[in-house]
Design a protein around this ligand. Structure first.
Ligand code: SAM
Length: 267
């Protein structure tokens, strides 16, 4: 295990099963974003994301899900991803321990052919869970999106007395459309399952406040730490692979220079 501190951000290189119990205090984290290997055979720098049986994969997951829940403060939130085929198992396991407030669909378009003999996969599921449904952070004003009826068509709602313009902004629904990170995009890093900055921006803005601690136990390219730094949050990122940790250290250094503009890779 190796620990790197960068201002209020910590990067820990190691196995989360060793790092979580030994390096992170229970009830100390405001928000957890969990994007584990999906057990679908992706190649993470030579490590195959495929367990011998589905049961092996799920038992491994259940172990760290429990650890993650322990790390959360009583008013904390967790967003958790996995493949469509394993999400039902996560859902049934987690709903006994937390309240699942939203079952989100991250939808993306794809120009390539996904499948020829069945309907190709165009989305990834995300559970939004809270420890206490009566006490959790949700910054509605920071994540409003355009409400097309009101904003574009300027319609008037005559059912109201007096009649009113439709709202031009609304809270996003549970289907989120963000482009996947592709080669040649400014934010692209050499990793098979890098998550978009825009996805983490919405999650972190909605479910944490400035100064809060955000944990990502499968950091990959450290998108979570990168966005957390830009938004004035603290972060802890865990990642097994040295190559990806190097990406994380670099991204933390450039985070403040890149605020919705061009990501500078050379430092
Ligand atoms: C789905 S990717 C995360 C991608 C990340 N959200 C991003 O935006 O780049 C999962 C990551 O978990 C890492 N990983 C796999 N097993 C791990 C373990 N036992 N402990 C810590 N990290 C692990 C992999 O190396 C991989 O980078």
């Amino acid at each position: 295990m190796e620990i790197f501190n960068y201002q209020t951000h910590k990067i820990i290189q190691g196995d989360l099963l060793e790092v979580l119990p030994n390096e992170i205090a229970n009830h100390s984290v405001d928000l957890i974003f969990v994007d584990p290997p999906y057990n679908i055979g992706k190649n993470f720098n030579g490590h195959k994301d495929k367990w011998a049986t589905d049961e092996d994969y799920l038992n491994w997951c259940y172990n760290w899900i429990d650890m993650c829940i322990n790390k959360l403060k009583p008013n904390g939130s967790m967003y958790i991803m996995t493949s469509t085929q394993f999400m039902p198992f996560f859902d049934i396991f987690i709903r006994k321990k937390m309240t699942i407030l939203s079952r989100l669909v991250w939808y993306y378009d794809s120009s390539g052919v996904q499948a020829k003999n069945y309907y190709g996969s165009m989305y990834e599921p995300i559970l939004f869970c809270v420890k206490n449904p009566n006490n959790y952070t949700f910054n509605v004003q920071d994540i409003l999106v355009e409400a097309k009826t009101g904003a574009k068509r300027k319609l008037i709602d005559y059912r109201k007395n007096p009649p009113q313009l439709y709202n031009s902004e609304k809270v996003p629904g549970n289907v989120w459309e963000f482009a996947r990170v592709r080669y040649r995009m400014d934010e692209y890093e050499n990793h098979p399952t890098q998550k978009p900055i825009a996805l983490l921006e919405r999650i972190i803005k909605a479910s944490s406040n400035a100064g809060d601690v955000i944990l990502d136990p499968f950091s990959g390219t450290f998108t979570t730490s990168f966005v957390a730094k830009q938004l004035g949050r603290k972060s802890i990122g865990i990642e097994l692979q040295e190559n990806y940790v190097k990406i994380g250290l670099r991204r933390l250094q450039v985070a403040d220079e890149y605020k919705g503009e061009k990501l500078q890779k050379e430092i």
